[in-house]
Design a protein around this ligand. Structure first.
Ligand SMILES: [Zn+2]
Length: 184
């Protein structure tokens, strides 16, 4: 499966430079012939600002966390999958089992610049890495005493209101997206 993420499109020469060049020295041009440069041309890649999508996802996460704290609710933990399902207004088992279609903002990402679930997951990861969203990873032994491990991840916090708006405005949410991306 192909991931249409920025790392698949970023010029290798530029990436190497970002690592080894001095700050302020990083504006070297794309080489235009490494495999990533060629893919970028072929896929009609556009640098897309996803500030609005970030706001949408942050408010969905807030709604999901609120719901997970309701007593007697079906949703116990908030997983990335839940956010993506609500964002795209999915019609699947997870949505039915957890009444996700009652979440405010259900389907609000349908007409956004993010068209594919894998890009949604990738972008959500970016929100976690930048610190807008906090997650918790739980590692457990598969069976007590065994050497095998399993892990699960849940989202536990998200910035809100003015703090979120300010943080989103101050950070860069531009990613390289293929103009040829299809819903998947
Ligand atoms: Zn290149």
């Amino acid at each position: 499966m192909a991931f249409f993420c920025e790392t698949n499109y970023e010029c290798w020469q530029q990436m190497a430079c970002y690592q080894y060049c001095w700050e302020g020295d990083t504006n070297i041009p794309k080489c235009n012939h490494c495999d990533n440069c060629l893919r970028q041309q072929q896929d009609n890649v556009i640098l897309t600002d996803l500030e609005n999508e970030t706001l949408l996802m942050a408010s969905i996460i807030h709604e999901l966390l609120k719901k997970s704290k309701e007593s007697g609710g079906k949703l116990e933990k908030v997983k990335k999958e839940d956010v993506i399902d609500v964002f795209f207004g999915a019609n699947n088992k997870n949505v039915k089992n957890n009444d996700l279609n009652t979440i405010e903002g259900f389907g609000s990402g349908k007409k956004s610049n993010i068209k594919k679930r894998d890009i949604g997951f990738y972008f959500l990861e970016k929100m976690v890495l930048k610190g807008l969203v906090k997650h918790k990873i739980i590692v457990k032994h598969l069976v007590e005493g065994s050497t095998g491990f399993t892990h699960s991840e849940e989202l536990v916090d998200v910035m809100r209101d003015q703090e979120a708006v300010d943080f989103i405005r101050q950070n860069n949410w531009k990613i390289l997206l293929s103009g040829n991306q299809r819903r998947g």
